[in-house]
Write a protein that binds this ligand. Structure first.
Ligand SMILES: [Zn+2]
Length: 308
């Protein structure tokens, strides 16, 4: 078993205003968390530029042009109440996507059994026509489509344990039975979607967890609902929207998961990947806004990917 860690060299070039939770220090904290001897066996690679036009596999035709128009010549432009774009943001988006595509290649070609991409900004709130919630393009959705287009994957699963519902990913795939999307998220909370009644064409599974419900409620949701549905879907590949904002230290939510909860859920997804798709998992960083909570969760997640 080998795990690929993809780093993003230009992560700091996407700028957000002072005090914004989605900031460059997040990636510094993740890189530091994975620097120790416990992680010496990781295969480490820098993300190359990816073809941002691939965003049009999931977003509408004018999406990238609108993002370019929203980008200021200097400083930071505002897209909505909490989503920003700076001069360098599209280059950062391009390396985030390039890193994810490199991880997909490595995992599909058997060079690594799984991969984690330490990239920003997150993507799962970006809908077909709308960037939102810190997200500029929906990278995990592009990756799912590319796995189908480039490698002929028939069935791709996306599991999203970020504390927020991935409304964008659901929006993109809600009518497409070839992509399974399961989310565990705090309810009620931003963005307000993700009620369990939202089931797409039977390919969407939403588990809504109340504030302060902790790791026990999360484990029950996975054991009773998400893992059986994922197993039944029998994916060719599992993608993870790995957000660490369900951590008890996180300032944006109150699910109160511990570091080890992130290791547990990772291990359970690996069990399904072992049974169904030759261990193939590609995990992309989404949220996580307390630097210590983020580092602690990522350490458990990647140690589990690496050691089983
Ligand atoms: Zn989140």
């Amino acid at each position: 078993m080998t795990t690929l860690l993809v780093s993003q060299p230009n992560f700091a070039d996407h700028q957000t205003p002072q005090g914004h939770p989605e900031r460059a220090d997040r990636i510094r904290a993740v890189n530091e968390a994975l620097a120790g001897p416990d992680f010496a066996r990781l295969i480490r690679r820098d993300a190359p530029y990816g073809d941002v036009m691939l965003a049009e596999l999931v977003h509408d035709a004018h999406y990238l042009a609108r993002l370019r128009d929203a980008r200021p010549a200097e400083g930071i432009g505002q897209i909505d109440a909490d989503t920003y774009i700076s001069d360098g943001s599209l280059d950062v988006v391009a390396t985030g996507l390039g890193g994810a595509l490199m991880a997909l290649d490595a995992v599909v070609m058997g060079e690594a059994s799984n991969a984690f991409c330490a990239i920003r900004p997150p993507g799962h709130h970006a809908e077909i026509a709308t960037p939102m919630g810190f997200c500029l393009i929906n990278t995990v959705a592009v990756l799912a489509r590319e796995a189908q287009r480039k490698y002929g994957a028939d069935r791709v699963a996306i599991v999203d344990f970020d504390v927020h519902h991935g409304n964008g990913t659901q929006d993109i795939f809600k009518d497409d039975a070839s992509v399974f999307y399961a989310s565990s998220h705090q309810w009620p909370l931003y963005p307000g979607t993700g009620h369990p009644s939202e089931a797409g064409v039977g390919n969407i599974v939403n588990t809504a967890l109340p504030a302060h419900s902790g790791g026990e409620a999360m484990r029950a949701a996975y054991t009773e609902i998400i893992l059986p549905a994922l197993d039944k879907f029998a994916p060719d590949l599992i993608l993870i929207s790995a957000g660490f904002d369900a951590h008890h230290r996180d300032p944006l939510a109150q699910l109160e998961w511990t570091d080890s909860d992130f290791g547990w859920v990772t291990g359970k997804l690996m069990e399904v990947a072992g049974r169904r798709c030759g261990n193939r998992i590609v995990s992309l960083l989404e949220g996580g806004y307390d630097l210590r909570g983020l580092a602690g969760g990522v350490r458990q997640h990647v140690a589990t990917l690496l050691n089983g």
